[in-house]
Design a protein. Sequence first.
Length: 256
Amino acid sequence: MLFDTHVHLNDTQYEQDLEEVICRAREDGISNMVVVGFDRPTITKAIELVEKYDFLYASVGWHPVDAIDMTDQDLIWIEELTKHPKVVALGEMGLDYHWDKSPKDIQKEVFRKQIRLAKKVKLPIIIHNREATQDIVDILKEEDAQEVGGIMHCFSGSVEVAKDCINMNFYISLGGPVTFKNAKKPKEVAAEIPLSHLLIETDCPYLAPHPYRGKRNEPAYVKLVAEQIAEIKDVSLEEVANQTTKNAKRLFGIKL
């Protein structure tokens, strides 16, 4: 059974066929998924979904691109939601220097606030990083994020950075890009980082793996990510599935 640690089934792209998407995932052996909310509408939808499906869990947080929109009231609301029995993480949170909607200083402030909240409520965090690796690593260290640990979501950095993050109690999560022919770094990470520190994800509907690259992604395709890791490591798909599922359940506090 496979555990997709990062899905956006709360995205509008699934409005017409959500049931079918979920059924395909289940038929392909996806045992659990974490639906990630990152603003008011997506968090609300994530909670609705996890209350409807027993195999879904939620993560709630505020995306760095929209950091400028987050109010103190939003943070209080997120804290309240962490009491929900199916909320297993905070995030996605982090830094995104690709888009310029939210100034860097505001992104950093919102990121720090969420790390502090995670430590208060004792939940792991899911990190979004785009073109901001050094600042993210620095903030995680400064805020002592290793106290709660978490996930480096859709990791695209080097093996060295991956090891640095593992030392801070973070798992390295690989998605569709590890299947891309020109994706040198994710393949190196898949080869070098032990299975005991890896997770798998789709980030659906984004970043569909080969041969669906450029199309809408869905949780069933996480199997292609696992197969690629198995091939790179020269181990069985079953071994990758078992270990990454065990890792995810341990991190999220879900009964093994």
